[in-house]
Design a protein around this ligand. Structure first.
Ligand code: G3H
Ligand code: 13P
Ligand code: ZN
Length: 309
């Protein structure tokens, strides 16, 4: 099966009250862990690549690794650019085989965001590539840029209809209190479901995207700390909140940090337990297996998209 865009997946996810997992990838082991999990759970998948991942691993390598995964598994997979920050970057990914892109103009004014997003949509349309836009701004770290809590803003429901209508975007990322990275909440986890509900009313049958949706799995935080890491009070989004969002209008849930934590925890443990280990295959194998376990858990218990491929 060739790569697909997100249109059909989102239509089914919206109707079925579940969400598609969008997992960030940077190398072969991560791609293998994610796609093997999807294969075992027969789940549709979005594999996403950030500008930083593309710089690290090289566009062609990542595309070819995902194509290799497609030969191994016969599932609907979209290859998506995460947080594209310019028309040129989106164009390069569209021309280079991606089936979906995000243009993140959330740091711009409303009018500038519309103009940039519209430009990407116009270009993508002819190539059958779907486009995700963003309104509102999450706190946390994206590609080395830190957005402070003070600079983060919730999405205004009053703006969403005009934004979607004038840009023609296929899906919309919103800010309701999640953030990027491993430190999402200082105290109790709180998401603005009232905003999500209002947006759902303003945009009926329209797919919403939730970024910053790692749960920051305590077992991996503990393991990293046990083997010399210093993650302190890292805290993520409770799974029941994500399940609730998936039953509402959220059709795409972005997860990166949980995979990084699982991978890092296993590598730290493997190296600490055998200080003479200098074989990357020996410390990357448990890391890849942990990614697969995390993704399987998400597909079944968080996204509830198992069996939906
Ligand atoms: O939202 C950002 C993703 O977690 C990607 O992170 O830009 O460090 O690859 P990155
Ligand atoms: P996390 O940092 O919560 O995994 O969020 C990832 C994300 O939103 C990628 O776009
Ligand atoms: Zn994000």
């Amino acid at each position: 099966m060739p790569l697909v865009n997100t249109r059909e997946m989102f239509k089914k996810a919206y109707a079925g009250g579940y969400a598609i997992g969008a997992f960030n990838v940077n190398n072969m082991e991560i791609i293998q862990g994610i796609t093997e999990a999807a294969k075992e759970e027969n789940a549709p998948l979005i594999i996403q690549v950030s500008a930083g991942a593309r710089k690290y691993a090289n566009h062609t390598y990542l595309v070819k690794l995902v194509e290799a995964a497609l030969i191994e598994i016969n599932l609907p997979i979209a290859l998506h650019l995460d947080h594209g920050d310019s028309f040129e970057l989106c164009k390069s990914c569209i021309d280079g085989g991606f089936t979906s892109v995000m243009i993140d103009g959330s740091h711009l004014s409303f009018e500038e965001n519309i103009a940039l997003t519209r430009r990407v949509v116009e270009y993508a349309k002819d190539k059958n590539v779907t486009v995700e836009g963003e309104l509102g701004r999450l706190a946390g770290i994206e590609d080395d840029i830190k957005v402070t809590d003070e600079d983060a803003t919730y999405t205004h429901p009053d703006e969403v209809e005009e934004f979607v209508e004038r840009t023609g975007v296929d899906s919309l990322a919103i800010a309701i209190g999640t953030s990027h990275g491993a430190y999402k909440f200082k105290g109790e986890a709180k998401l603005r479901f009232d905003i999500l509900e209002e947006i759902g009313k303003r945009l009926p049958n329209y797919p919403i995207v939730l970024h910053g949706a790692s749960s920051v799995i305590p077992a991996y935080v503990e393991k990293i700390n046990q083997y010399g890491g210093t993650l302190g009070n890292a805290k993520g989004v409770p799974e029941e909140m994500l399940r609730k969002a998936a039953q509402m209008s959220v059709c795409k849930i972005n997860i990166d940090s949980d995979l990084r934590l699982a991978m890092t925890a296993e590598i730290r443990e493997a190296l600490a337990k055998d200080t003479s280990n200098f074989d990357p295959r020996k410390y990357l194998s448990p890391a890849r297996a942990a990614i697969k376990e995390v993704v399987k858990h998400k597909l079944v218990h968080v996204l509830v998209c198992n069996g939906k491929a």
